[in-house]
Each structure stands twice: as C-alpha cells, then as structure tokens.
Design a protein. Structure first.
Length: 145
C-alpha cells in the first residue's frame, strides 16, 4: 500500500528533478539580446620616414621594342625532318627490335644501340631498318654498345 509518507519520499525528488530539467532546457532558449560591440582598433604610432636621399641614381627604363628574333625565319626542311624523327624515336626508347635494343643517352644526346648476336648480321639489319624507318637520322647519331 501506498501511504502519504512513501509519496513524500518519491514525489519531492521527482518534482525537483523535473524543475532542474526544465531550467536546463530553458537556459539555451533564453538568449540575451546582445548586439556585437564594436571592436576597438588601435592604430600603430605613425613613424616618420627619413627624408629621401637626393643623390641616389635610379635606372632609366627603356621600352622593349626588339628582342632580336626574326619571326619570318623558317627552319630549313632537313633540320626540321631530323629533329622530328629524332624526337619520335627518342619517345619510343627503350625500343626492342629483332636486331637489338635502342636507348637514348640524354647526357650525350645520342642513341645507344645494343646489338644482338650475331653482331654483323644485326648491324646489317639495323642499317636497313634505319634507312627505311628514320632516313634523316645519320649513323653518327647512334653509338654501338
């Protein structure tokens, strides 16, 4: 049975708990009307600069009109063909073919050819391949390793 004494022990803490929860929930909802206060900016003390020296030479700027490049000059066709073929083959390296391996030596700016055995036959095959595929590239651009 529930009597008045037992109700007091349960009802009073329950009411206190409900009041604490309501206060906790109500505090964030009640916001004070605060407008942002203006921030004070403290400017640094002005510094006086030393007077400009009168005898310091200043460079005279000359407008740029001519760079020395001749825009109407065309690259000769043989030079252009050699550079295009060299670039094409260089991008394919290292290239493995039946007669050997072609690589590019960037330090010496030439191709390195490693011939397969028998070397005499491989050299003949290489010469035929070079004449047919890259005729503008001369034999001195290849170093046999």
């Amino acid at each position: 049975m529930i009597n008045n004494i037992n109700i007091k022990y349960y009802l009073i803490p329950f009411i206190i708990l409900v009041v604490i929860v309501l206060i906790t929930l109500a505090i964030p909802l009640i916001k004070p009307n605060t407008s942002p206060s203006p921030t004070l900016y403290i400017s640094p003390t002005p510094i006086s600069l030393p007077p400009k020296a009168q005898n310091i030479p200043s460079p005279t700027l000359i407008p740029l009109q001519f760079t020395g490049a001749d825009l109407s000059q065309d690259i000769p066709l043989p030079v252009k063909t050699v550079s295009e073929q060299k670039t094409t083959l260089r991008r394919l390296t290292p290239l493995t073919l039946s007669f050997g391996i072609i690589d590019f030596d960037y330090e010496n700016d030439n191709f390195v050819l490693q011939l397969a055995e028998p070397k005499a036959e491989s050299l003949t095959q290489f010469a035929a391949w070079r004449a047919q595929t890259y005729p503008a590239l001369t034999e001195d651009m290849f170093v046999i390793n």
